[in-house]
Structure formats: C-alpha cells, structure tokens
Write a new protein. Sequence first.
Length: 326
Amino acid sequence: MSLRVENVSKRFGGFEALREVTAEVPRGSLTALLGPSGCGKTTLLRAIAGLETVDSGRILFEGRDITHLAPGARDVGFVFQNYALFPHLSVADNIAFPLRVRKAARSTIAARTKELLALVHLDGYGARRPFQLSGGQRQRVALARALAAEPRILLLDEPFGALDANVRKALRRELRALHDQTAITTLLVTHDAGEAMELADNIVVMRDGVVQQAGPPRSLYNTPANPFVLNFLGDASAIHAESAVAYVRPNDIRIETAPFPSAREARVERVADLGDHFELSLRLDDGQVVIANLRQASPVAPSMREGTRVYLDLTRAYAFEGAPSA
C-alpha cells in the first residue's frame, strides 16, 4: 500500500509541530523520516497511525483519504521506541495479542505466532516473559507483534534508540532483510543519518516541522538542498569567503605536501588516529579550520604531524545560494 501526506499541519498550543508537510512512501518501500529531536517526525508518524489528529491536510492510503479514520481502521502496525510489551504475558502471547483482539481462530493464532517467532529468530522463546529477554530480543518481539495482524503499512518509531551500538547494527541488518522478505510498506523514524542511509530506499529529511528534502539516499548525499541536509547526512566544514559560505566534507579534501595550482595552504593542528584513517584538523592560511579524513595507506600519511604545512584541494566544496544556516 502506498502512503501520502498532503499539506499536513499540527499545532500543540503555541508550538507548530508540523507545517504544511507533504511526503510520499511508495508501495513496498522502506522510507526513513530523518531529523533531529523535536523536528516533528514522531508527530507525523503518530498522525499517520491515527494516534494524533491533524489541524489541516490529508493522509492518503493508496489514494484513499483516511485522515479521520480511527486507528483500528487504518490497517497499520506500530512499533514503539520503548517496545510497549505486556510484562505479564509470555512472548508468544504478546505476539498473538492483535490476533486475539480480532478473534482469530486458535489454530490461526498458533500457526501465525510460530511463523513470526521463526521470522524474528526467536524460536524457542515463546514461553519466556519480556523481562527474561535482552533489549534486542524485546525489540524483535515488538516487531513480530506489529506484523501479527498482517498490516499493510508498518510504522517504526526510533526502534533501535534504546539499544547499544553493536545490537543496533545487527538489528538494522535484520530489519532490512525482514523488509525484503515481507515487502511491507514501511516508514521508519530515526535521528541517525547512518541508520537512514543504510536501511532506507528513500529518506525524508525534516527540520522544525518542515520537509527539507526527500529522495533516495545517494541523491540527497550528492545533491543536498541546503547546508542543513548536507551536515545532517555527514559532517562538513564551513569555509567563509566575503559574502559566501561553502561546505566541504572530510572525505572530499585532497591533501598534498607540495604546492599545486589552486591549492589552499594549511597547517596540521591535530592528528587523530581512528584505525582505518586519520582525522586531521587543518588551519587554513586565513585562520579557518577544516576537518579532513586521510586514509592510513595514503602516501602522505607518514608526513602528517602537528605543525606540518600541507596543501589542500577544496574544489569539491558545496556552495548554496544565500548560504542558509546549517
């Protein structure tokens, strides 16, 4: 099922959480709502689920206006950041709960629960209670429960936010594999740009209740609409020149130890060894500082010490008309 929101606005008292938001989630895609805390992404997700009313605009499922439908009539599965599992129920009963609400046959509930336990790699865990599981396992249970009633759209609100880095990485891979297996239309809320880039077919970047840019990850990375999108998808150094500002990513700076045409001269201020590469703080001849990454295998790497004079190619910098704030 495809999903589209058109000109959706939402206020909480004097706070405008969403301003004329328009976005699309193509059928069968995994789309990420990406932005900092307070940008409106969770409010939009809850509005799509029917857990928040909107002040204006429309929400369309497969072209059908469902803006005023009750949550139970929208055919969506919702995975909360805090899992929201029932502590007094077993894993199997948590997963089966939506089916019992729908009064499905016992045989159907048993078969579907067994199928979902296998799907989320929790075979043999059905009799356990949530407190007996790790955070990653509880998140799998929450995901299985959301899938139990076979929703046509899956909504995920920061599903990995409470997990440590290694577990998050493992579950990202599992979620993408699960999505590819089920082909369910999925909308994922996250503040982690790496997570969005890794998982999503499309990304909708939000800031202050407004969509900044939407499209495939590679398109947003290569052609950011403004400095905010550029910096949110990866750090960049701002380079000021009279009335203009350009932004350059650490991986886009070429470093040499000898002058060359159009080079900017700089001095190495700090060298951080990050294992597979060095992160360099470089002070330009006009006093500005830029951050650059340098591969360990680079022929100039052995020369990089504090105080070393270097020459930079900054031609891959991004310039924006009007230089809006990042």
